[in-house]
Design a protein around this ligand. Structure first.
Ligand SMILES: Cc1cc2nc3c(=O)[nH]c(=O)nc-3n(C[C@H](O)[C@H](O)[C@H](O)COP(=O)(O)OP(=O)(O)OC[C@H]3O[C@@H](n4cnc5c(N)ncnc54)[C@H](O)[C@@H]3O)c2cc1C
Length: 382
């Protein structure tokens, strides 16, 4: 499909980091967009995230992940610095990008095993990293506890203040003459495998974990989108809870990964996360869970134990069994999808927008992008 003609219009359903990034990229390529968001722009999972941009820690050593997820994550991580710079220049706002490498540490035998697995995976993939002993770790970040014995420095893994990124994206979308924002749902209707959305030449659904459940009239009967595009049925909700504490002189200065716990310093706060709760659509955090996260963080950085909690929250990630997103054309003519970004939606926003603009506007796709297209999607790990 080639939509380069100026009269073409694309509808986007869902204004999270994925919908906003796509809207902006389509507009930058000269195509008109209407972005449908039923709540507030950017306040779903994209607001709840910790903003880690972590191809190595999230995708390199994951045995049950999609075979090309690491490659996709790495490609997007490489786009981030210039993508963030352009957001800043165009919006006049900070995009919050921070290229300081993350460190992965261990305080237990289990964490150490995980570090060793990660180091082997990075070596096999020829990805740069450094092993650190206890004293080297404390030289890099003196907030670390004496219990931290081993670590890896991960130059591939950066971070961003995702709420700053969202603010910059929202400003640019609101200012663009080619983007219209509608605060409502779009009626989807599919007749004999063809989407009919009046006034639009293509429709992109990126409603996060709710994408499979979008109300859709299929051959005249009310139904859910996953009934027509069955690859979406594997997208599930993964609840997550986190907190932020105040930042002071003793606070960590680096993103610290320790097993399933992470500590992410922002300019004005330290984020501590996160739970991964399959099937849970959480709207509020639970006090005991938040207390437990802070306690575990204080085993790694003792100063966090008495830091004042500034905020606690819950969010819902869209995930697939292979932890990979689904990006591209669906089996329904005129319908495109971008969902299932799991723990990497912030990281994958630039590449997702690029893939969809290439696919929908230019009518071309790369081999890497094709591996994540809904039609040929690999739901299970191989
Ligand atoms: C606790 C937590 C920590 C995370 N940490 C990280 C991290 O460190 N790094 C990282 O890269 N990723 C992280 N993630 C994952 C990341 O946040 C998600 O993958 C990403 O935000 C998904 O973006 P999205 O735009 O698909 O979804 P969302 O941000 O949820 O946006 C979807 C939007 O669609 C709207 N919508 C839904 N239904 C409709 C409808 N019918 N009509 C119109 N609009 C609709 C919703 O209101 C919402 O605004 C984290 C997520 C959580 C929850």
């Amino acid at each position: 499909m080639n939509l380069a003609a100026p009269s073409f219009r694309i509808a986007i359903v869902g204004g999270g980091v994925i919908g906003l990034s796509c809207a902006l990229e389509f507009a930058r390529r000269g195509v008109s967009v209407t972005l449908f968001e039923k709540n507030e722009l950017g306040r779903g999972a994209s607001w709840a995230a910790a903003g880690m941009l972590a191809p190595a820690f999230e995708a390199a050593g994951e045995v049950d992940a999609h075979p090309r997820l690491f490659e996709l994550c790495t490609a997007s991580a490489k786009l981030w610095p210039s993508w963030a710079k352009r957001l800043e220049v165009d919006s006049g706002l900070s995009a919050g990008y921070d290229g300081t490498p993350a460190i992965a540490v261990s305080t237990s035998r289990t964490d150490l095993n995980q570090l060793q697995t990660l180091a082997r995976a990075l070596q096999e993939r020829r990805v740069d990293f450094q092993r650190l002993d206890a004293s080297e770790l404390r030289q890099i970040d003196n907030s670390l506890s004496d219990r931290v014995s081993h670590g890896l420095r991960l130059p591939t893994d950066a971070q961003v203040d995702n709420r700053a990124t969202i603010a910059a994206l929202v400003r640019l979308c609101e200012q663009s003459a080619l983007i219209e924002i509608e605060n409502r749902e779009l009626n989807l209707s599919i007749q004999e495998g063809v989407l009919s959305s009046s006034g639009f030449d293509a429709t992109l659904v990126c409603a996060g974990w709710q994408t499979p459940h979008l109300q859709t009239v299929i051959n005249g009967a009310p139904s859910l989108l996953e009934t027509a595009e069955t690859s979406l049925a594997c997208v599930e909700a993964y609840g997550g809870q986190m907190l932020a504490v105040g930042r002071d002189a003793d606070s960590p200065t680096h993103t610290i990964r320790a097993g399933d716990l992470y500590i992410v310093p922002k300019a004005d706060r330290i984020i501590i996360g996160a739970t991964v709760e399959p099937g849970r659509v959480l709207s509020e955090p639970e006090a005991l869970v938040i207390e437990n996260l802070q306690q575990r963080a204080s085993d790694i950085c003792p100063s966090l134990g008495h830091a004042k909690v500034r905020e606690a929250w819950a969010g819902v990630r869209p995930g697939t069994p292979s932890h990979a997103p689904m990006i591209g054309a669906t089996s329904v003519a005129g319908l495109f999808a971008a969902t299932g970004h799991y723990r990497n939606g912030i990281l994958l926003a630039p590449i997702t927008a690029k893939i969809l603009a290439d696919t929908i506007i230019e009518g071309r796709t790369s081999k890497l992008a094709a591996a994540f297209a809904p039609a040929g999607f690999i739901p299970e790990a191989v």
